[in-house]
Design a protein around this ligand. Structure first.
Ligand SMILES: [Ca+2]
Ligand SMILES: [Ca+2]
Ligand SMILES: [Ca+2]
Ligand SMILES: [Ca+2]
Length: 312
């Protein structure tokens, strides 16, 4: 066999991993394959990788021996349970190029804040998924109930959910979800889709909603600002103000529930595939007995497939 460029191979040439039967005589097996197709194999047993499983590393002369045929012969040997190549593994971690990522110790903490690795192991999750669309083709939506958001923000705009089934400003509930002109989400106080941030006294906009959205889904790997735990996601905004009461909050959840339930019932033709919701508000003096309806709302959300996160 000729030597193949190492960069094209995903395994170590000349190495095999062999799992022997429990009663096998390893040395006699190795001796049996001293030659293969009349050529010397230089087959040698290397390190025992697991005594319990009887797995060993082995080496052979891959320049002389056809490795495919040789492995096939080993696989068919009654003393060997299974033989395979020794593949290289990739580090299962992805890190984005966003400039402020190194400040976000909650994702990966190298010890710059508190204890190293006191983080959510974001890089390991990102090696599997960074948001976007599910395997079945559903666009992932996360709903946030908060005090409005800077939805034109350069690091959020691409991830803001928009209800494309609704025609804006015609005072008609085009998608028949019970909410008129709900293009950018829903404002439970004004009963329209105004999600611009509430103003503090003096006209300063609240930033809490924008911050929460950044955590959930600031656009990742775009070379700008921060990175959200989801790099690519649709962020549905439901607005209330800081004087929120329970009734307003239930109305906010009502919008989220409606969108997901309609999505489920129409097989994705209408509504939104909301998988999670966030509410950064609560009251430490309330108990579940005081608020049975609030509690039940979470059951209803869960039944439709929504995980809810709150700061109660
Ligand atoms: Ca970690
Ligand atoms: Ca509507
Ligand atoms: Ca409309
Ligand atoms: Ca970014």
């Amino acid at each position: 066999m000729t030597e193949v460029g190492a960069q094209r191979l995903n395994y170590k040439q000349g190495e095999l991993i062999l799992c022997f039967h429990p009663q096998a005589h390893q040395s006699s097996v190795i001796k049996k394959y001293a030659t293969f197709q009349s050529k010397p194999t230089a087959l040698k047993l290397g390190r025992c990788l697991s005594d319990q499983m009887n797995i060993w590393k082995a080496t052979f002369d891959y320049l002389t021996i056809d490795d495919n045929l040789f492995m096939q012969a080993l696989l068919e040997d009654p003393q060997i349970v299974v033989a395979q190549r020794n593949h290289f593994l990739k580090r299962r971690s992805i890190e984005p190029n966003d400039p402020l990522f190194s400040d976000q110790w909650q994702w990966i903490n190298m010890g710059e804040r508190g204890i190293a690795d006191a983080d959510v192991d974001a890089e390991e999750a990102w090696s599997l998924a960074t948001g976007g669309v599910t395997r079945l083709g559903d666009t992932i939506v996360v709903a946030v109930i908060d005090v409005g958001v800077d939805y034109m923000h350069e690091d959020l705009a691409d991830n803001i959910w928009v209800n494309h089934a609704e025609i804006p400003g015609n005072r008609i509930d085009d998608d028949e979800n019970g909410y008129v002109d709900d293009v950018r989400g829903w404002n439970v106080l004004l009963e329209n889709d105004d999600i611009t941030p509430e103003l503090f006294a003096g006209g300063v906009p609240q930033t809490h909603g924008t911050e929460i959205l950044g955590m959930v889904g600031a656009v990742g790997n775009n070379g700008i600002g921060l990175v959200g735990i989801n790099w690519n996601v649709k962020l549905m905004n439901v607005f209330f103000n800081t004087d929120l009461n329970e009734a307003d909050m239930i109305a906010a959840y009502g919008y989220i529930l409606a969108q997901r339930q309609i999505y489920n019932e129409t097989n994705g033709e209408k509504g939104a595939f909301v998988v999670a919701s966030n509410l950064s508000y609560g009251d430490e003096d309330l108990s579940p007995e005081d608020s049975p309806i609030w509690c039940a709302v979470y059951d209803s959300l869960g039944q439709q497939g929504i995980i809810s996160c709150t700061a109660t």
